[in-house]
Structure formats: structure tokens, C-alpha cells
Design a protein around this ligand. Structure first.
Ligand code: DC
Length: 223
């Protein structure tokens, strides 16, 4: 059996990762994985269970004991807790504020890494996050890093009806010691401040096809 292909899409908050990762997954018929949703789900769970999010030991203990499983639903790989996917709840202001604390806990990141690598059991993937190219699938040849100006990203969040301090969030994501947000070696960086999502996803797909062709040519010359 061939090893599943993983397309890693990392980048800053509101840089269009989700929209573009979904478009790319649809075009290639790969499964889509939103790793931010996994961290958000743990943050939601901790808030619900009144676990102190500032206590890394308590958060790590919750992560060891909560009852979860991965399920592919409509081409998306979801993390269910007690058989439930808290789709709306994880987008609340409270969860958005709590999630960077959860995501900075090394034991949580270890747990997430194992889980996220397991997602290949669903086949080829488009996985978006902050450390997919650097830490989760460093071996993949398909790495992208999306960014846009702070003004444009703030405008996007506001037009989605969400008020968020993106500068603060980016700083927390980039400065944490465990798997910080970084541009992976070999990643194709796309600043899409002046691009539509159709243009961004078309650019990503073009790069993927180019890379696939060169991998195939390399294989043929070796055979
Ligand atoms: O992409 P998002 O806004 O849903 O991510 C929620 C939070 O989780 C954000 O603070 C960054 C963090 N995150 C992370 O540290 N690593 C990932 N692979 C995905 C998200």
C-alpha cells in the first residue's frame, strides 16, 4: 500500500488556512483535518469541566483521560468527545481566549501529535494548523505557509463577526517554547493579502501538481 500523502498548510490566524485547505481537499478528494479545532475542543472540554487552564498539569491530566475518537464525517476528520463534536461551542469567544494556554502545554502537544499522525488511517490528507510542516509531518514534501497583513486579517475576522486580538494570538503562538508557529524549511510561503481564496487555492494546487510531477519523474529515472 502507498504511504498516504499529507498536504501541510500552516500559517497565522485568519490567513485563510481553513478556507483554502477545504478547497484544496475538495479538489484533490483528500480528507480535511482542522487541527486548531482539536485544540479548541480540548479548551472547550476544560472550561466545561472547570479545569484550570492555567495549570498545565491539570490540562495534561484531562487530555490523558478524556474519551475521544476520530471520525471521518463528510470528508472532514473530526475529533469527537464522548461521541460529540462541539462544532459551534469551539468557536465561542471564551474558547478562543482559552485555547492558546491549552496549546502551549507540551504534554498536550505530544498527545495531539500522536492523534494527528493517526489521521492518515483515513487516507490522503490536507491538514491545517501551526506546526504541521515543522513538527507533525516534517517528512512531507508538500508544505505551505499562508500569511496576510494584520489589517487584512483583522478585516476578515471582523467580516466573519468575530472580534479578536490577532496580534496577541500570533505572538502567543509564535513565542511558546513547544512547537511554536514557524515557517518550515521547504515550505512555499504565500502572502494572500491581495488574493481571493480561489486564487490562493489555485496557486496551492498548481504547486502540488508541479511537485507531484517532479516526484514522478524522479521515480521514473530511478526505475
Ligand atoms: O486555527 P485556530 O484559530 O482554530 O487555532 C486555535 C488555536 O490553536 C490557536 O491559538 C493556535 C493553536 N494551534 C496550534 O497551536 N497548533 C495547531 N496545529 C493548530 C492550532
Amino acid at each position: 500500500m502507498n504511504t498516504p500523502i499529507v498536504i501541510a498548510i500552516d500559517g497565522t490566524s485568519a490567513s485563510g488556512k481553513s478556507t483554502n485547505a477545504k478547497l484544496v481537499a475538495k479538489a484533490l478528494d483528500y480528507a480535511y483535518v482542522d487541527t486548531g479545532a482539536m485544540y479548541r475542543t480540548l479548551a472547550w472540554y476544560c472550561l466545561k469541566k472547570r479545569i484550570d487552564i492555567n495549570n498545565p498539569k491539570a490540562v495534561a491530566a484531562a487530555c490523558r483521560t478524556w474519551k475521544t475518537r476520530l471520525k471521518r464525517i463528510d470528508n472532514h476528520v473530526r475529533l469527537l468527545v464522548d461521541n460529540y463534536y462541539p462544532e459551534k461551542e469551539i468557536r465561542s469567544v471564551e474558547v478562543s481566549a482559552a485555547v492558546p494556554y491549552i496549546a502551549a502545554v507540551p504534554k498536550v502537544r505530544e498527545w495531539m501529535k500522536k492523534l494527528q499522525r493517526e489521521c492518515t488511517k483515513f487516507g490522503n490528507l490536507v491538514m491545517e494548523g501551526r506546526d504541521i510542516g515543522t513538527n507533525i509531518f516534517p517528512e512531507t514534501e508538500f508544505k505551505f505557509y499562508l500569511d496576510a497583513s494584520l489589517d487584512e486579517r483583522t478585516r476578515r475576522r471582523t467580516s466573519d463577526g468575530i472580534t479578536e486580538n490577532l496580534e496577541d494570538r500570533d505572538m502567543r503562538d509564535s513565542r511558546r517554547s513547544s512547537a511554536p508557529l514557524m515557517i518550515s524549511i521547504g515550505a512555499i510561503v504565500i502572502n494572500n493579502s491581495n488574493m481571493t481564496s480561489e486564487q490562493t487555492s489555485a496557486r496551492i494546487l498548481e504547486e502540488i501538481h508541479k511537485k507531484m510531477e517532479s516526484i514522478n519523474q524522479h521515480k521514473q529515472t530511478k526505475d
